[in-house]
Design a protein around this ligand. Structure first.
Ligand SMILES: NC(=O)c1ccc[n+]([C@@H]2O[C@H](COP(=O)([O-])OP(=O)(O)OC[C@H]3O[C@@H](n4cnc5c(N)ncnc54)[C@H](OP(=O)(O)O)[C@@H]3O)[C@@H](O)[C@H]2O)c1
Length: 249
């Protein structure tokens, strides 16, 4: 049974994604593998949202633990191949201005947001790991394009994901698989609650259109990028909201 791997399913966008997935006919026959620090919570959310128990597997994965990521890559990622899709939603915003970062705090953000997803992507971008037509979605942030005061490690780690799309677009394409990065809208979640009122206001003021239900519209965009409905979209930085881009490509 082809699989869909999802990290970050317990988060604000992740749980909206599970609801959207439960309603989507294209993924009815696929195995859903939820990987994260709280597999029990992820499984409970999936069942609450109407996903079929027979199809869902929840596995432990702490992206801040490089050895654990490597075990996951050599274990479940290989064992459960081939994959029809992967959505790397997990992220952390534990952040500070550059001058206040210690090596450890920088590395902690970097491992979860960039190094972990990169290691898993490397595990997918190899012979036999992906079905033809598979789609992989990395979840970045518009902070990667503009930076954001107080979010040095977050912005840099999310920027690395944009470069990964460019770095792996040819090899993924040669496998008949797609790789895109999604830039989410502003969704109320622990990531936003740590921001100062000024930083929040600055972020929200950049929207050209307010989105009344940002979590579910972002989830719908993630599902679109994973599905055959977007089979023409490859190596793109996909804006899921109306904030203006300053990307050079
Ligand atoms: N919210 C926004 O406005 C916004 C804007 C731009 C980009 N994004 C990006 O969108 C993604 C989802 O954001 P969200 O708002 O849904 O965030 P959220 O509610 O804070 O959820 C974060 C998710 O990441 C998982 N996670 C955190 N650390 C992890 C670790 N060490 N190992 C494995 N999983 C870990 C969490 O799982 P557990 O806690 O269960 O382990 C949770 O499922 C993130 O990548 C974020 O950077 C969000």
């Amino acid at each position: 049974m082809p699989g869909l791997l999802v990290t970050g399913a317990t988060g604000a966008i992740g749980s909206a994604f599970l609801s959207a997935l439960a309603r989507d006919g294209e993924w009815k026959g696929a195995r859903l593998v939820l990987a994260g620090r709280r597999p029990d919570r992820a499984l409970a959310l999936a069942l609450e949202r109407g996903l079929d128990r027979e199809r869902v597997e929840a596995l432990p994965l702490d992206l801040s633990d490089a050895a654990g990521v490597e075990d996951f890559r050599r274990g479940p990622l290989r064992r459960l191949a081939p994959w029809k899709g992967a959505l790397f939603l997990a992220g952390t915003g534990l952040d500070a201005p550059l001058a206040r970062h210690s090596g450890d705090s920088w590395d902690g953000v970097w491992r979860v947001n960039a190094a972990g997803p990169a290691a898993l992507l490397a595990g997918l971008d190899r012979e036999g790991a992906l079905e033809a037509g598979a789609s992989v979605v990395l979840v970045s942030s518009i902070s990667a394009c503009w930076g954001n005061a107080g979010q040095a490690a977050y912005a840099a780690s999310k920027g690395a994901l944009l470069d990964l799309v460019q770095a792996r677009r040819a090899s993924m394409g040669a496998r008949g698989a797609r790789l895109n990065a999604l830039l989410p809208p502003l969704v109320e979640s622990p990531l936003l609650s740590g921001l100062s009122p000024g930083a929040r206001a600055g972020l929200f003021s950049r929207r050209l259109l307010p989105d009344p239900d940002a979590a579910s519209s972002c989830a719908a965009q993630a599902l679109f990028l994973l599905s055959r409905r977007s089979s023409f979209v490859h190596a793109q930085i996909w804006h899921a909201d109306s904030r203006v881009s300053s990307l050079p490509w």
